[in-house]
Design a protein around this ligand. Structure first.
Ligand code: TXA
Ligand code: MG
Length: 311
């Protein structure tokens, strides 16, 4: 395939994106978290094209994006707790894993054959416009080659998948910069499958159910490979200064060559994390070092991604 076209986000771009989706082709589109690679979740051929473009192991299920709770309920059996969480956090960076409704029109490849499905109603207007224009649930993993850093800008997508896809809709930098929190809602409690922008405290406050500990419950996250968000260079964590040959990503009092946030603001750090990892990866230095980030609130999700980058 030739190089992907980048179109600025407007009505023309969404119409062109919807045309490609209707042909079963994947399109890169921003969400409030990271850029996604979206395709019609009801078509096996379209979902297969996502896996092919990303070079993704096919046992790894995808998040299905929907406009709202009603669309989600057509696909999954949502317990009351899940409904309460959608009222608190949708549209937004929360993904719910729940049992697939019998006969739901989701391609088995999208759930990798699991009896459960991951659902999210995104907040970004570009993704919402595309959901409306295409009229279908859209499967969308992050728009990067499997195992590499998630994209927070159209240029990141171009570098990673430019030769694999036809279109990238460009709406600038994503606001949040970290993938959604993934929660499995079970009868007796919640299980965090991937920490993210919505914190554990926010989740337990919004619903009366307790948090279930680790270990294997009914639902597993097969996609949570230890090394997932990996730059091509070695990464050293909790660095207070740069060693020889290292490019230091600072935070708060650790200045570094660049900083996630000089003022120690975790929101700013989350939004800049993948961008700075991309910069570090394409820069001259042979190694990457990252300053300590406090393990509280959004810092839990940031540290989760950093551990994977260093694995
Ligand atoms: O913010 C986000 O969530 C972004 C944007 C594009 O929406 N999407 C994203 O998707 O990060 P992806 O495909 O990179 O991550 C999907 C994760 C995987 O770790 C996968 O294992 C988990 O969701 N997942 C999907 N379906 C699941 C299921 N039925 N049960 C358990 N985990 C599931
Ligand atoms: Mg990903």
């Amino acid at each position: 395939m030739t190089q992907a076209r980048i179109l600025p986000y407007d009505r023309t771009a969404i119409a062109e994106a919807a045309r490609l989706i209707a042909q079963g082709k994947p399109v890169a589109i921003p969400t409030e978290t990271v850029y996604g690679l979206a395709a019609d979740a009801t078509r096996g051929d379209a979902v297969a094209a996502i896996y092919a473009a990303k070079g993704r192991p096919s046992f790894n299920p995808l998040i299905v994006h929907v406009p709202d709770l009603a669309a989600a309920e057509a696909i999954a059996d949502l317990p009351d707790t899940a409904r309460r969480l959608t009222q608190a956090f949708w549209p937004g960076p929360l993904t719910l894993v729940a049992p697939l409704r019998p006969g739901a029109p989701i391609a088995p490849l999208a759930t990798a054959g699991l009896p459960t499905v991951a659902l999210r109603a995104p907040a970004h207007p570009a993704m919402r416009d595309l959901l409306e224009a295409s009229g279908q649930p859209l499967a969308a993993p992050s728009a990067n080659a499997s195992g590499t850093i998630s994209p927070t800008r159209a240029e990141h997508v171009l570098r990673s998948l430019g030769s694999e896809i036809a279109l990238i809709v460009d709406a600038g930098r994503t606001a949040i910069g970290l993938e959604s929190t993934i929660v499995a809602v079970e009868d007796v409690g919640l299980r965090i499958l991937r920490p993210g922008p919505i914190s554990v405290e926010q989740l337990t406050e919004a619903c009366a159910l307790p948090l279930l500990g680790g270990g294997s419950g009914k639902i597993e996250a097969p996609g949570q490979l230890a090394q997932h968000y990996a730059p091509s260079k070695p990464v050293r964590l909790n660095a207070l200064e740069a060693h020889d040959g290292e490019w230091l990503i600072g935070f708060g009092p650790v200045a570094g060559d660049v900083s996630l946030s000089r003022s120690g603001d975790l929101l700013e750090a989350a939004a800049r994390l993948f961008d700075l990892l991309h910069q570090a990866d394409s820069g001259m230095a042979m190694r990457i070092a990252v300053a300590p980030v406090p393990d509280e609130g959004l810092g839990v999700a940031i540290n989760d991604r950093l551990r994977r980058a260093a694995a």
